[in-house]
Design a protein around this ligand. Structure first.
Ligand SMILES: [Zn+2]
Length: 404
């Protein structure tokens, strides 16, 4: 009897130990993968982790280093510990288990005159670090080069929202947002493809799933001149209707928070928590002055859609708003997100299912893009402005004729 008790007692101790170590292992999140992208304006490092966690950043001198401590984490043992990079600021990235529950990522720096931004994103959970030379984003030489290049051909990235396993919002009779957005994007590409001034790149041209962060990465890689993400809106209120256009920024507007939470596939509560985490990055976005261009872009495209629809398909003008959309975070060019009607509204779902309505929207987005470039060209007074404007006008006239 006593022997049996002893065996049982030992078993209980083992079980307790086992549970304890299991719990301990489970508490730590995993640093799953590290990738980096040598972008023209910055080094982007993406650290994939298994769950949202806290992190601490710091700078060290002699030699200059930037580090990131990921709290409560364990390093995937299969990961490389050192990455040599070809970048003007960073020479090497090193990764290690700093202590029991901290993974440290160190960036060995070539110079102390640099800037960086760090953001934690979800779906998949990851920390994104951008490191760039101080003032590199808007050096005059770089922009001069770009201006002379873009007067010849503008690269436009159109992002059809959702796709693959993510249908987006679904209308009362089953129309899927992912199908509507893809069709409109393909139509925009067809409309602009014959114009020698534009090159249209789609983030997807078929029914595939692409994580939100990869969508702007595509635009950054090709050095696009603008990025437009296309969506259809949805609301629990089936009477909600109309067109709205968004630029990236924080907002306290409950309705805009709800729209962004849905597009980001996170809760409204989590959206509100993000405010503090993203404050730093949003400030840096404003510093880069992309916001001004994004406001202009959103304005031209939005007005074009509203003007085009008002004659044949009168739709509510819900205006240009701002909210924190993951898909726009990290875009290194003017960007906006369009919610082209409510798929949750039975009447607007019916319109969105019609080829003529989608075509009208695609044409008006195309015209909005042309208007944006025409107006910004006039302001910049770059070489070939006259040529660009006249060609644009001819094409606009042509488009208008075919519309009538
Ligand atoms: Zn959407």
């Amino acid at each position: 009897m006593f022997k049996l008790f002893l065996v049982l007692f030992n078993f209980l101790i083992l079980l307790t130990l086992f549970c304890f170590s299991q719990a301990e292992a489970e508490e730590r999140i995993q640093v799953k993968d590290i990738r980096y992208y040598e972008l023209p304006q910055a080094l982007r490092v993406v650290v994939e982790i298994s769950a949202v966690t806290e992190f601490v950043k710091g700078e060290l001198k002699n030699p200059d280093r930037l580090f990131l401590d990921i709290k409560n984490s364990i390093l995937n043992k299969e990961l490389k510990k050192e990455y040599q990079v070809n970048d003007p600021v960073v020479s090497k990235i090193r990764v290690g288990q700093f202590n029991f529950n901290t993974v440290r990522i160190v960036f060995d720096l070539k110079k102390s005159d640099y800037e960086f931004k760090i953001i934690q994103l979800e779906d998949p959970v990851r920390i994104v670090i951008d490191i760039y030379s101080h003032g590199n984003i808007r050096t005059p030489k770089k922009s001069e080069e770009k201006e002379s290049k873009i007067t010849l051909k503008r690269k436009i990235v159109i992002d059809p929202g959702h796709g693959g396993k993510d249908p987006g919002a679904i209308g009362p009779t089953g129309l899927k947002e992912k199908d509507v957005t893809l069709d409109i994007a393909l139509k925009i590409r067809d409309i602009l493809k014959n114009d020698p001034l534009f090159e249209v790149i789609l983030t997807r041209d078929k029914d595939v799933f692409i994580p939100l962060n990869e969508r702007t990465e595509i635009a950054n890689k090709v050095e696009a001149d603008l990025f437009i993400s296309i969506h259809t809106n949805a609301s629990p209120n089936s009477l909600a209707r109309g067109i709205e256009t968004y630029i990236l920024n924080w907002t306290d507007d409950e309705e805009a928070i709800r729209v962004a939470a849905r597009e980001n596939a996170i809760s409204v509560k989590r959206m509100k928590q993000l405010k503090d985490e993203l404050g730093f990055m949003l400030a840096s976005l404003e510093r880069e002055a992309k916001r001004d261009s994004s406001v202009k872009l959103a304005g031209y495209v939005h007005n074009s859609i509203i003007n085009s629809l008002k004659n044949s398909f009168l739709r509510n003008d819900n205006g240009v708003k701002q909210a924190l959309f993951y898909v726009l975070v990290g875009a290194q060019m003017p960007s906006c997100l369009l919610e082209v009607s409510y798929i949750s509204n039975p009447e607007e779902e019916r319109l969105l299912s019609q080829d003529s309505y989608r075509m009208k929207i695609a044409q008006s987005i195309g015209e909005g893009i042309k208007n944006y470039f025409m107006k910004t060209d006039q302001i910049k007074k770059v070489k070939y402005t006259k040529h660009v404007s006249s060609t644009n006008r001819t094409n606009l006239n042509k488009t208008k004729k075919t519309n009538l």
